[in-house]
Ligand binder design. Sequence first.
Ligand code: MIC
Ligand code: SF4
Length: 639
Amino acid sequence: MGKSIFEKIVSAHKISGECKVGQELAIKIDQTLTQDSLGAMAYLQFEAMNKDRIETELSVSYTDHLMLQLGQGNGDVHRYLETVADKFGVVYSKAGNGICHQVHLERFSKPGKTLIGSDSHTVTCGAVGMLALGVGGLDVALAMAGVPFYIKYPKIMRIVLEGRMKPWVTAKDVALEVLKNVTTKGNVGTVLEYCGNGLEFLTIPERATITNMGAETGVTTSIFPSDEMTKKFLESQGRLEDWVAISSDDDTVYDIELVINLDELEPNVAVPHSPDLVLKVKDIKDLKVNQVLIGSCTNSSYLDMMRAAAVLKGKKIKPDISFGVSAGSRQVMSMLADSGALSWFIDSGARVLESGCGFCVGQGQAPEMGAVSVRTNNRNYKGRSGTQDDQVYLVSPETAAATAIMGVLTDPRTLQMEYPKIDIPEKMKLDDSMLIFPTYTKNIFRSPIIGEPPVNTLMPKKITGQVAIKLGDMINTDDIIPGGSAMTYRANIKKSCEFIFQFVDSRFPKKCEDIVEQGKYPIIVAGESYGQGSSREHAALCPMVMGVKYILAKSIERIHQTNLINFGILPLLFQNPEDYGDIEYDDIIVMKDSEVSVRMDVVQIENITKNKIYNVKNSATERQREIILLGGLLNSINK
Ligand code: MIC
Ligand code: SF4
């Protein structure tokens, strides 16, 4: 039987395990990336491993999330990251060089290699046939230390892209179509592999928009073949030598298949508050818009920005719209300036923002109360913009530009202009002077905001827990620990704990303190798809510090599940929906002999308050169960 692209790359990197669905495999990691919000904790954890140098082929530390520098906090983190990178052999990408995923794609992505990154959108590099995964910071630290990465062999879904998109229909519309079909729920343990005759016309930045938003479906990763288009892209980046061809074998049998006819697609929009609530733009009439933002790692390539600029050229936006644009990298920004397109934006009435994450994660550009904000980024979770009652719609750069001009959500096909024909230059502008390569000479900078990596204790024998919060379905990691100003403190766990469930139930931190004071352990109870979205390990790390030993949920998303285990928290799944319905805030729940329970596939817990026994499922692998008993991965490695 033929092999998929995923299987080919995994087989070439396999250290142990079998390529069989559900089996745990250990693979070698070639490259890692970190960004500044989660990176500091990853490097603190790496420091705790007492290694002299990193052992990967390449590790890059990006500065793109914490760019506001209001007060010294962000600057402290940047300097720590720069100096710790120098000491251990990591390449440091300075603030202003661009968003990690865009820069990594341009300058470092390599077909056939493995990449893990402490950011869920690391999957973007799947666009060039790379096996790229979003993981927690501790996993990155371990990979840098040369420890293999463990992955459960997934089901593989083949997505066949047929035909060619019509003018004004874009890769973002494809990404949203995939989300409409695949949704944000129930995709744990699946990989999306793309093929079909539509790939002939799909450039790498367009493929990157599609792999990027695969993160929102909750799949392990998305991957395209490495073909002539990939070769052209790498050549344009002056890296032809990095190209190898990769494709699946013709007789590969896939677990699931989805066909998308590109020529039937129309401009799509994800409506508040989930990226899978997808409608056609033309079906939403007279939606008055307050803010339009173009950028983020989903849609900020040269192609995206040039097309949007061409739509705006010679036109003015509606005066009451707040309009911002942010190129994904310094390369893109500089080429926009050279081509004159930057002034098309400026003249239209745009605010030109720095190349960074910015508005995508509430770092600036929070709109006014109740605003309708039309954006090109990938997540529209409630409040992520920095405004709690926001209404965020996700669209393509072309739809966003048309909307800025018209003041209402606008299908760009109604603009009555020719679709701008933009070609990607054969040679992109190459200037890596904002990448700092290691000299191994700098002293590590420290300040009070740079804390210590927290350590956990062994799993206690008897766990008398009390329900400290009861949540519904689809609680994402932004709900658990918000972006925005809270991100400044990611290198300091004690401070980060103050923000846990800030906008969901602000009683939580105090409640945990009270429960712990009484000698008990706080329990989190959740519904479906708990922990979807970002890879932020603080969503597990802080609950660990706050005394949480296990979590009860209907289902848990992949990255978050691994983060919980990495920090010694046992993820337990309800087998019976009634048990979830039964449990209430403050209920006392007891797990008797954790040493036995943690090793069982089905764990028995007793709700003392309701006088009921629940049998819940333990989805951790045998290896992970030992990690949990030791109080997490750092303890287990040190042992
Ligand atoms: C995001 O898009 O939510 C982030 C901010 O990039 C996160 C990482 C983080 O929380 O720092 C992600 O996607 O993993
Ligand atoms: Fe940055 Fe947004 Fe991309 Fe996350 S999704 S890496 S915050 S641009």
